[in-house]
Design a protein around this ligand. Structure first.
Ligand code: FAD
Length: 431
């Protein structure tokens, strides 16, 4: 596997997108000696949402040499996460150290423009070639020999060729769409996220100052993520009807949710917006398969998981690493990915998504949320949930059983009152 001259523009591997999935996939491919070209639509640094990391992603950051720079950058240290209700009648705090030990006691809250640039620099250091401002419009497998990648924005239209492609281009799912792979909705309900950056948002004290705070409101939820320089990322996730009721005005919809909830009103009293609010639809889906002979999908390009547990960046990095490992193994054997390898990759990544899906469900159900906010120390269920809050996904059989038991208790809560009712919380979605 010799590193070719990029002027040949026929690298071993092309990675679409330089987000966390793409940079990690690219770095591991290049580390293994494959000539790798990353094509990125934007010019970095660029804004992205998804600022709260999970400690189980730290290992990849350490392995790629990004961690020491993160420690120097002044990102806010995150030791855990808080979950509460809009009317402040329930509060539940998770410390990573308690569930995961000292090695995973903290991670960081990052502004993604800086964090993604650090990852892209690391991919370059490991040997990736990169082109920014290049948007991939589609891909084609050419028999069993390679893949063509079309870029509409380059020189009025241009095609690259590679042996392997990783689609890490985010939620548009360009590879899955090009290959005609069906999409599976994993949640029925589409939500809208309205978000921005603010100053003067009240923070927790002590080590909890860097915690992500998730506030469950009647019709959805808010996140508050403390960032560096006194900035806080605040976002509301509400059903589209909430936005329509405010005449389609994101500022009005966001403002009325803050006003209606004492927890948010108190924390946001005197807060000043530092950027216009942005809006994005947030729904959960995945492709039926994440791999074919010479193409793998990683991160959001494979599927999107609701962001309540801040799992997106870690899932992106872990799937990016796994995609690179599958390609390196197949490249060494001189063959395309076997159907078994494609299934194995899809099953593994989908199992991570499903695991989060099962706990996320609890958040949107009234009964499930009541149980989540009233963790009973039976069968060590809260410990297994704590693993997921910290991002540990390769759970033991016993932990899987505990998560299943948690789901069972959530269902029982519908008919038996196991945990106290929370009158201020509504069922957002029935599963
Ligand atoms: C409202 C909201 C809040 C969230 N909060 C969190 C959070 O707190 N923590 C967390 O971990 N996750 C969060 N997420 C999820 C997180 O943003 C994503 O899961 C994560 O960014 C996925 O990384 P990725 O590398 O797969 O894709 P992305 O980060 O989307 O990166 C894809 C890259 O590909 C580029 N690209 C796109 N199309 C093309 C193309 N055609 N050609 C070339 N390049 C292309 C893009 O410019 C981008 O740089 C949130 C998501 C949403 C919607």
């Amino acid at each position: 596997m010799t590193t070719k001259n990029p002027a040949e523009e026929c690298p071993d591997a092309i990675v679409i997108g330089a987000g966390p999935a793409g940079c990690v996939a690219g770095a591991y491919l290049a580390k293994a000696g494959l000539s790798t070209l990353i094509l990125e639509r934007e010019r970095f640094p660029r804004f992205a949402i998804g600022e709260s990391l999970l400690p189980y992603g730290n290992d990849i950051l350490r392995d790629l040499g990004v961690w020491p720079e993160m420690e120097r950058r002044g990102f806010v240290k995150k030791f855990g996460a808080d979950f509460c209700t809009g009317q402040s009648e329930r509060f539940n705090r998770y410390w990573f150290r308690q569930a995961l030990g000292e090695r995973y006691a903290h991670t960081y809250q990052v502004d993604r423009a800086s964090f993604d640039s650090l990852l892209l620099d690391a991919a370059r250091r490991h040997g990736c070639w990169t082109r920014e401002g290049v948007s991939v419009s589609g891909i084609r497998e050419i028999g069993r020999s390679g893949v063509e990648v079309d870029c509409a924005t380059l020189d009025g239209g241009r095609t690259f060729r590679a042996k392997w492609v990783v689609d890490a281009g985010g939620r548009r799912g360009v590879a899955g769409m090009s290959l005609g792979i069906p999409k599976i909705p994993t949640r029925k309900r589409r939500m809208v996220a309205l978000y921005g950056h603010f100053r003067n948002v009240q923070r927790n004290s002590g080590e909890a100052a860097g915690h992500t705070v998730i506030v469950r409101i009647k019709e959805g939820w808010f996140w508050l993520i403390p960032l560096a320089d006194g900035v806080t990322s605040v976002g509301a996730v509400i059903p589209p009807e909430g936005l329509r009721a405010a005449g389609g005005d994101p500022e009005a919809a966001f403002g009325s949710c803050v006003e209606a909830n004492v927890e948010l009103r108190t924390r946001m009293d005197g807060a000043v917006k530092t950027m216009p609010l942005r809006a994005t639809t947030d729904y959960s889906w995945r492709f039926r398969a994440f791999a074919s002979g010479r193409v793998l999908m990683a991160g959001d390009a494979a599927g999107f998981v609701d962001p309540i547990f801040s799992s997106g960046v870690m899932l992106a990095m872990k799937s990016g690493k796994l995609a690179a490992e599958e390609i390196v193994a197949a490249d060494e054997s001189g063959r395309v990915l076997s159907p078994a390898a494609c299934r194995r990759y899809t099953r593994r990544v989908a199992s991570w998504m499903k695991l989060y899906g099962r706990v996320i469900q609890a958040f949107y159900e009234r009964s499930g949320f009541e149980i989540f906010m009233h963790p009973m120390p039976v069968f060590q269920i809260p410990r297994s949930i704590g693993y997921l809050v910290g991002g540990m996904m390769d759970l033991s059989f016993a932990d899987h059983v505990r998560i299943a038991a948690f789901r069972l208790v959530c269902n029982l809560q519908r008919i038996l009152r196991i945990a106290p009712r929370i009158p201020s919380v509504r069922q957002v979605e029935r599963f």
